[in-house]
Design a protein around this ligand. Structure first.
Ligand code: C2E
Ligand code: CA
Ligand code: CA
Ligand code: CA
Length: 276
């Protein structure tokens, strides 16, 4: 037993070492990713089940690393946040997504486009000017742009963040609260921050068969409606929860059931299929 114990200790150490090396490598390479065109945006559809039509897209960032292949945003976004690279990256995502949405708009699609923000963006204080510039350059109607924030972001420097959110909202841009239900102070925050839409976390949108989850989701949807908020169910993969969520009054669904995140050419194909 002792033998095995020391072995697994060695393995554990090696694992840890490998992970550290990988992180350092990614951290180093991420500096070049933007200029070397290794970053690209995929778009995941949001489906309105009441009108039975496309409602919007969420922009989800991807990194094609030259040797390591596709790196998940779950891995590189935290690195981008630590290094501050999230600042130029987010500015680029906003611009690119607005431009792309404008192209689709010109083709007759009037769905919204959502962009994820991280806390670092608010420390930088330039969100308003980035958004204004991206809207100006692309000519995208402001109400078609949505910015996604999370409740944990709002906890610190709440007044400053609220002011910045109100500023962009003055432009007509919409604000969504992402991952709702996974943070600590969801309800308290709802009363203070200016939002238009609530995104119900995947944690609550599958396995709605358990009575507790059903009751919680029902309550959240009812509350969102009373607050005049739109609601999007995230990560829906099966028909069953979709039916339940629809009955409970959730109008918009996002998840693999409707479509995975896609590159613009893939979106074009997907859109063409819709027409048939
Ligand atoms: P998120 O904002 O909560 O995005 C939803 C995530 O759920 C995406 O993962 C999406 O691909 C995944 N997803 C969608 N539908 C389903 C489903 O039916 N089942 C399952 N299992 N998963 C589903 P992804 O693309 O790996 O992104 C992970 C996270 O990385 C995002 O979570 C977001 O927090 C962050 N992220 C992605 N792009 C950006 C960005 O441009 N800026 C910032 N700050 N964060 C980003
Ligand atoms: Ca939308
Ligand atoms: Ca999101
Ligand atoms: Ca989410």
């Amino acid at each position: 037993a002792k033998q095995r114990g020391s072995n697994s200790y060695v393995i554990y150490n090696e694992e840890l070492g490998k992970r550290k090396t990988r992180k350092l490598k990614l951290e180093h390479d991420l500096h070049q990713a933007l200029v070397k065109n290794q970053l690209f945006i995929t778009y995941q559809p949001q489906w309105n089940v009441v009108d039975n039509q496309l409602s919007g897209f969420e922009s989800l960032l991807r990194w094609k690393h030259p040797t390591k292949g596709l790196v998940s945003p779950a891995e590189f976004i935290p690195i981008a946040e630590e290094t501050g690279l999230i600042i130029p990256i987010t500015k680029w995502v906003i611009e690119k997504a607005c431009h792309q949405a404008r192209l689709w708009y010109d083709q007759g699609w009037s769905q919204s486009i959502a962009v994820n923000l991280s806390i670092r963006i608010f420390q930088n204080g330039q969100l308003f000017s980035w958004v204004e510039e991206a809207l100006g350059k692309s000519g995208l109607p402001p109400h078609m742009l949505e910015l996604e924030i999370t409740e944990s972001m709002v906890m610190r420097n709440m007044d400053d963040i609220i002011r910045q959110l109100e500023d962009v909202r003055q432009l007509g841009v919409r604000i969504s609260l992402d991952d709702f239900g996974t943070g600590y102070s969801s309800i308290a925050v709802l009363d203070r921050i200016p939002i238009d839409c609530l995104k119900l976390d995947r944690l609550f949108t599958n396995d709605l068969e358990t009575p507790n989850k059903h009751a919680i989701v029902k309550g959240i949807i009812r509350m969102a409606k009373s607050l005049k908020l739109d609601i999007v169910a995230e990560g829906v993969e099966h028909q069953e929860p979709i039916d339940i969520l629809t009955t409970l009054g959730c109008d918009v669904m996002q998840g693999y059931f409707y479509g995975k995140p896609m590159t613009p050419p893939e979106v074009s194909e997907w859109l063409a299929d819709l027409k048939n």
